[in-house]
Design a binder for this molecule. Structure first.
Ligand code: SAH
Length: 260
């Protein structure tokens, strides 16, 4: 028998979620499920799809071909914040960078980064966030993520079909997972500390917004760019849970207006 190049699915892939925001075409959801399945990814999440039953629609089933398991396991969320709440690392996937969003890095770099985060703690999850066919990801949605990746393409036409973008990212993630021996960090990466999840960082930001208003540093009528800047800083910092607690302690005291 000639040797096959296919290899088993590395376990960390089960902790990688692909999140599709506002998808309108059932065919794209099906094709995305197939793209993921071929690369050993299983966690597909939909945020406010155009059709609630999109994963059950015949077109989605047809485009998924045999990969119906991924479609059967699809989870739907009302907001992006809920869909990525459990992730220690979130990566926006967008052809274009956005103001006050993260700097773009190539898919290979973000995939290796994702593997390093997954290797650092068995409880860590990573989410890659894709935009809707017509509109892509909004400024807010890109700013909600800690990293941004763009598939380098022709500057005169850089917009891939959604499911094809999913395929490119899924391939990069699989390659990165195969390059990192199971249970060991990727080459060059060291196991790290446990990171706060996105839900904890979002809670910290909301608390920060309230506390900064209390002390008059943030004027809700003229917020300027304070909040997006703060959000970028906090997401880039890759906070640990105890660091979130520490900052929230400071905020509590600010709200109370002085020493305990
Ligand atoms: N008209 C939209 C295109 C959306 S394509 C726009 O201008 O943004 C649908 C999704 O596919 C995008 O939101 C993104 O997640 C992904 N995608 C398409 N081309 C991409 C590229 N070159 N790099 C990264 N993601 C891409």
């Amino acid at each position: 028998m000639p040797r096959s190049l296919h290899a088993g699915d590395p376990a960390p892939l089960a902790r990688v979620a692909f999140v599709l925001v506002g998808t309108s075409h059932p065919g794209n959801v099906g094709a995305a499920a197939r793209a993921m399945r071929t690369m050993g990814l299983i966690d597909l999440r939909l945020v406010a799809p155009r059709f609630d039953d999109v994963a059950e629609r015949p077109e989605a089933r047809a485009f998924a071909s045999g990969a119906t398991g991924v479609l059967d396991g699809v989870r739907r969320f009302g907001t992006l914040a809920e869909a990525i709440g459990d992730a220690a690392l979130t990566v926006a996937v967008s052809a274009e960078p956005r103001e006050f969003g993260p700097e773009p890095a190539p898919p290979e770099v973000c995939a290796a980064d994702a593997m390093a985060v997954l290797a650092a703690d068995p409880g860590h999850r990573v989410a890659f966030v894709f935009g809707a066919e017509r509109t892509g990801l909004s400024i807010d949605e890109v700013q909600a993520c800690g990293r941004l990746t763009s598939i380098p393409a022709s500057p005169t036409y850089s917009s891939l079909n959604l499911a094809q973008a999913v395929q490119v990212l899924a391939y990069c993630v699989r390659r990165a997972a195969l390059a990192a021996p199971e249970g060991a960090p990727a080459p060059g990466a060291r196991p790290g500390p446990r990171l706060a999840d996105q839900r904890a960082v979002a809670g910290l930001l909301e608390h920060g917004e309230r506390a900064l208003q209390t002390i008059g540093f943030l004027d809700p009528r003229h917020p300027k760019k304070l909040l997006p800047r703060l959000r970028r800083l906090l997401l880039r910092a890759r906070l640990r849970p105890e660091e979130v607690d520490l900052l929230r302690g400071v905020l509590k005291l600010m709200e109370r207006g002085g020493p305990r």
